[in-house]
Design a protein around this ligand. Structure first.
Ligand SMILES: [Fe+2]
Ligand SMILES: [Fe+2]
Length: 155
């Protein structure tokens, strides 16, 4: 049974809200990629994609920083030391995800791109999006597991 002073739903809700915001930023990037094929001038479309990617990058950096410095993941470990290994493994993915996004931004910056280049960038973004989605799924699972166990909902 939960008591009224438990922060679980608040923390869990915050994590989920953050992940939804990330999801909408990813959708904005996807829309920008799609607009490139909808006859928008190539230059404007490329600028829009680069801007959407940079905005996503900044959002992701802040999100990771929050998770790493006294955020909900620490709370999960404090409640459930058993999960500490899983949490550390998840947090170690942050630099790799940022590097993947940086490489993508770098790849489309500062030179004219061919249609093949754009197709490749689009595929790279979808791969990145899948990696982020897997990362967030693992996070949601760890947090949920920690709280469920804490609340005595597991065996
Ligand atoms: Fe994360
Ligand atoms: Fe996250």
């Amino acid at each position: 049974m939960t008591s009224i002073d438990r922060p679980d739903p608040v923390i869990l809700g915050h994590v989920l809200a953050e992940h939804r915001e990330l999801f909408s930023q990813m959708s904005a990037v996807r829309t920008a990629f799609a607009a490139r094929h909808d006859g928008a001038s190539a230059r404007n479309a490329a600028d829009a994609i680069a801007a959407a990617l940079r905005s996503l990058r900044e959002h992701l950096r802040c999100h990771f920083e929050q998770e790493e410095t006294g955020g909900f993941m620490e709370e999960s470990i404090a409640r459930m030391p058993r999960l500490s290994g899983a949490v550390k493994a998840i947090l170690r993915q942050h630099p790799a995800l940022l590097a993947e996004l940086d490489a993508l931004i770098e790849g489309i910056s500062g030179r004219p791109l061919t249609p093949d280049d754009w197709n490749q960038a689009g595929r790279a973004f979808e791969q990145f999006a899948a990696n982020v989605a897997a990362h967030e799924r693992d996070e949601n699972r760890v947090v949920q597991e920690g709280y469920n166990e804490d609340l005595g909902l597991l065996d």
